[in-house]
Design a protein around this ligand. Structure first.
Ligand code: MN
Length: 291
């Protein structure tokens, strides 16, 4: 069994722009080695937005040195970036954006969701890149709900976004070994979950309440962090639950970050700021009509 190391909780709420009411459940600023290759876990919502005319969100900003993974549960998010990519993702969809050597993007509620309003729930994960890939070309994977294999089991199902689960392979391409599974459990579900030995592994509870290894109750907006040693945990659902399981092979390299840049040295951070300030991250293309 993988032993429980600790339970991570939000240190407080903040808004990202005016569109994303976020609880940060972990950040590499607190501890980087034990969560590597993950850097940041922002849980936005659940929140109800009223209809309005002007899309809420966050305007153009840069990233360098890692990937942002946006998973939508409720609502719709529109994205445009300096690599020429864009689109709208809705419930069940995932956007896997590789900032790598540099990208500028904006993240807003879609025009359609802006008009209708309604429930909003989203996760944004930052996933680190190894030093050798930090200056790779930027990339964008639009992963739709239909692309994501579903593995049913007694009392629930798993959607495999990245990595493998019971023989099913997720569609996301990753730079280092990563598993990312969206688990839905019904109340009283009892599950043994195999997790890779040697990976940093975490189970985030987005809704509901579960008991891990028969000993630790974990509720909404809490993450249980597990030991690298061992290869399985048990999960019992005390309520209907939405979980996000993340595991990854640790990247054993220094992590130096500042704002939207995460590199290996302070010199590389200075270079990132200099490149951004001198227009070397490119430009976001003019607005396209979005569905
Ligand atoms: Mn961003």
């Amino acid at each position: 069994m993988k032993k429980i190391v600790d339970v991570l909780r939000s240190q407080g709420n903040h808004w990202v722009g005016d569109g994303f009411p976020v609880r940060s459940l972990f950040s590499y600023h607190d501890e980087s080695a034990a969560i590597s290759p993950f850097l940041l876990f922002d849980y936005a919502g659940p929140h109800h937005f009223d209809p309005t005319d002007t899309p809420r969100g966050v305007g153009q900003h840069p990233h360098r040195g890692f990937e942002t993974v946006t998973i939508v549960y409720d609502g719709e998010v529109a994205h445009r970036d300096s690599a020429g990519n864009g689109g709208v993702i809705g419930p069940g969809d995932v956007q896997w954006m590789t900032a790598a050597r540099g990208i500028i993007h904006e993240e807003f509620h879609s025009p359609n969701y802006t008009k209708t309003g309604g429930p909003f729930r989203m996760v944004q994960l930052w996933v680190n890149l190894p030093a050798k890939d930090k200056m790779s070309p930027a990339g964008y994977q639009a992963i739709t709900n239909a692309d994501i294999p579903v593995v049913p089991f007694p009392g629930g199902k798993a959607r495999i976004i990245a990595g493998t689960f019971r023989g099913a392979r997720g569609p996301a391409r990753t730079f280092t070994p990563v598993n990312l599974w969206d688990l839905r459990l019904e109340k009283k579900a009892d599950l043994t979950l195999e997790l890779p030995e040697g990976h940093n592994s975490m189970v985030a509870v987005l809704a509901g309440r579960v008991v891990i290894n028969g000993e630790q109750t974990v509720g909404e907006a809490e993450i249980v962090r597990l030991a690298r040693e061992g290869d399985a945990i048990t999960i019992r659902a005390e309520q209907d639950a939405i979980l996000l399981v993340l595991t990854g092979e640790p990247i054993n390299e220094p992590v130096v970050g500042y704002g939207p840049f995460v590199m290996n040295t302070t010199a590389e951070i200075r270079q990132a700021a200099d490149d951004f300030n001198n227009g070397r991250f490119g430009q976001v293309a003019p607005a396209q009509p979005l569905a």
